[in-house]
Design a protein around this ligand. Structure first.
Ligand SMILES: Nc1ncnc2c1ncn2[C@@H]1O[C@H](COP(=O)(O)OP(=O)(O)OP(=O)(O)O)[C@@H](O)[C@H]1O
Ligand SMILES: [Mg+2]
Length: 240
């Protein structure tokens, strides 16, 4: 059963992040509520990873504030992040999951069964004994997702989870993401793949130079973009 308090909605209110005088995020206001996945798109360096890190609470805003379920400084017990190149422990796949389950305070006696469920969820059933670091890139990405789900989060933040995967592996990962979303976990994900954004998004956030250019439901974003930049982005033109 879920704890009564939730990390949703996740709110960024007038968030700016500066690194050595350079503005990386510029007055971002965004409400992330329960529902279909929110997909962050935008060119390289537009601030997607930084926004995800701020949403996780890994970087504090220089100005503005981030709140989870209306509260500030909430420890990350109900949200998870998967980085672009996840680092697995030098253990088996199951070992990586039981480690995360222990960290999430799942009782020892339940960990193996939960690890098996998670492996099954990400299509790695029967591969729990494999050394995690020897698994393929696509398998490690799915294992990282399983690990992120160990704490049964309200919010799952994913930074370009399908970058460098082949089409079959992308499809496998997208199916898992849909499955996770169907379980009521809010997915917030960055991608460079517009096809993937179309397939998965409930809501799109287009970033450019640290600012939100446009945000809205995916259907209208792709069919009737409101801004010239979004129109060009959807048409596959370069935003510079
Ligand atoms: N700690 C930091 N110090 C200085 N600059 C930084 C720091 N972190 C990020 N940046 C800069 O902020 C900008 C946004 O970076 P970020 O990684 O968030 O972009 P991104 O949209 O994820 O890009 P990509 O698509 O390449 O992953 C970049 O120009 C980056 O160089
Ligand atoms: Mg990035």
């Amino acid at each position: 059963m879920r704890a009564p308090s939730s990390d949703l909605p996740l709110m960024l209110e007038d968030v700016s992040i500066l690194a050595r005088e350079v503005t990386i995020l510029d007055k971002i206001t965004l409400k992330i509520a329960a529902g279909e996945p929110t997909i962050l798109v935008g060119p390289n360096g537009s601030g997607k990873t930084t926004l995800l890190r701020a949403a996780m609470g890994l970087i504090a805003p220089t100005r503005g504030r981030v709140t989870w379920g209306g509260r500030e400084e909430v420890p990350p017990a109900r949200r998870s992040i998967v980085f672009q190149r996840p680092a697995m422990l030098m253990r088996s796949a199951t070992g990586n999951l039981t480690y995360a389950l222990a960290a999430a305070r799942v009782p020892r006696a339940e960990r193996k069964a939960r690890a098996d469920e998670l492996l099954d969820l990400v299509g790695l059933a029967g591969r729990g004994d494999r050394p995690a670091r020897r698994m393929s890139g696509g398998e490690q990405q799915r294992l990282a997702l399983a690990r992120a789900l160990a704490k049964d989060p309200d919010i799952l933040l994913l930074d370009e989870p399908t970058a460098s995967l082949d089409p079959a592996a992308i499809k496998a990962l997208e199916d898992i993401i849909r499955n996770v979303a169907a379980r009521g976990i809010k997915v917030v994900m960055s991608t460079h793949n517009l096809g993937e954004a179309r397939r998965l998004a409930g809501e799109i956030v287009l970033l450019h130079r640290g600012r939100i250019v446009e945000t809205g439901d995916a259907q209208s974003f792709f069919t009737q973009p409101k801004t010239e930049d979004a129109r060009r982005f959807v048409a596959g033109e370069l935003l510079v």
